[in-house]
Design a protein around this ligand. Structure first.
Ligand code: P6P
Length: 338
């Protein structure tokens, strides 16, 4: 067992990516280096979160509002900058698009060489930071296509199937990095004593059906009738359990391991829902499909949606195949009646 444990501890993230990619050729080195930079960002953010309450100017708000109209937390800004700094040195990434920045951030010295764009939500669920509950970072890597003359990154307005890699970092009791480069879903645990992410689970598959439904029922009266019908069904039937943390990454992570469905439907206030496509739903959809699950807007696969703008929103229904199909059946039923 000691040998197995040592082998596991020596399966660092970069080694794992290289092992998976030996058939990928050129991209192998790039993606391995990119994943290493994601890991570095995760370590820096995890370290700060662990001590957030002890450090001045780490908790609370900056007093600004971001492009989403949300009040910006100090941790949002710090984490946003961590990714920029980590990727500046990488030489591979030419652009970073973030929930916290209205326009993409360009790294000119990387542009002729760096052909990758990092899309990320640096701290998702940051309202949980001040109450010491789980938060996450979500990331997606795309290849830049053509020259981005306008600086509006129009080549990013393409479906999620264009993603090369995606994943999240869950800052919970331990810090987990879950990723896919299109060859299955794999999870690593940060071992603070090593300062390394070591292999935790390989080829993770989501159960085809699960008991968890995760939704903010406080919005019930703002939803279309079809979603209310689905929730009424769940309330009446055995075998379901509600779990909602208010932070997307933790809710999705639970469903990845236990099975079930997460929903963020459109509401009267936000008809397209609250979650962003390019750096929240699309990366999670990439992962979920790689794990044998599904992600839908309710009527269309998330991975097929073509956004009209960088910060486009869509409704999200994501998780186990059967659970997502059941939600869609209620939407389809209503559509037939209307
Ligand atoms: P609500 C956090 O602000 C977030 O973006 C996701 O992490 C989370 O799933 C969702 O919004 C929670 O939104 O409207 O239920 O508070």
């Amino acid at each position: 067992d000691h040998e197995r444990a040592l082998d596991r501890d020596c399966t660092t993230l970069s080694r794992h990516v290289l092992e998976q990619l030996n058939s990928f050729g050129g991209d192998a080195q790039d993606l391995s280096a990119l994943m290493n930079r994601i890991a570095l960002a995760g370590k820096l953010i995890s370290r700060r979160l662990c001590r957030a309450g002890l450090m001045a100017d780490t908790l609370g708000f900056t007093g600004e509002t971001n492009v989403q109209g949300e009040s910006v937390k100090r941790m949002d800004l710090y984490a946003n900058q961590v990714f920029i700094s980590a990727f500046k040195q990488s030489g591979l990434v030419c652009r970073l698009a973030s929930e916290e920045m209205e326009h993409p951030y360009y790294i000119p010295e990387n542009c002729p060489i760096g052909r990758y764009t990092l899309l990320y939500d640096p701290i998702d669920g940051s309202s949980n930071v001040d109450i010491n509950l789980n938060v996450g970072s979500i990331f997606s890597i795309r290849q830049q296509e053509g020259i981005d003359e306008t600086g509006e990154a129009l080549d990013l307005l393409q479906p999620g199937r264009k993603q090369l890699a995606a994943g999240y970092i869950l800052y919970g009791p331990s810090t987990l990095l879950v990723y896919s480069i299109g060859k299955g879903v794999h999870a690593f645990i940060l071992d603070p004593s090593l300062g390394e992410f070591v292999l935790f689970a390989e080829d993770i598959t989501i159960p085809t059906h699960g008991p968890v439904y995760s939704v903010n029922e406080g919005n019930f009266w703002q939803w279309e009738e079809s979603y209310r019908d689905y929730i009424r069904y769940v309330h009446r039937h055995e075998g379901y359990t509600g779990r909602y943390s208010g932070a997307l990454v933790g809710d999705i992570h639970r469903i990845l391991f236990q099975g079930g469905v997460f929903l963020y439907p459109g509401t009267t206030k936000d008809p397209l829902g609250k979650l962003r496509l390019l750096y929240e739903s699309a990366p999670l959809a990439f992962l979920m499909e790689q794990a044998g699950g599904r992600a839908s807007t309710g009527t269309q696969d998330i991975m097929d949606v073509v956004p009209e703008k960088l910060h486009a929103r869509t409704p999200l229904v994501i998780g186990s195949k059967d659970n997502v199909a059941l939600v869609e059946s209620f939407i389809g039923e209503r559509a037939r009646q209307d």
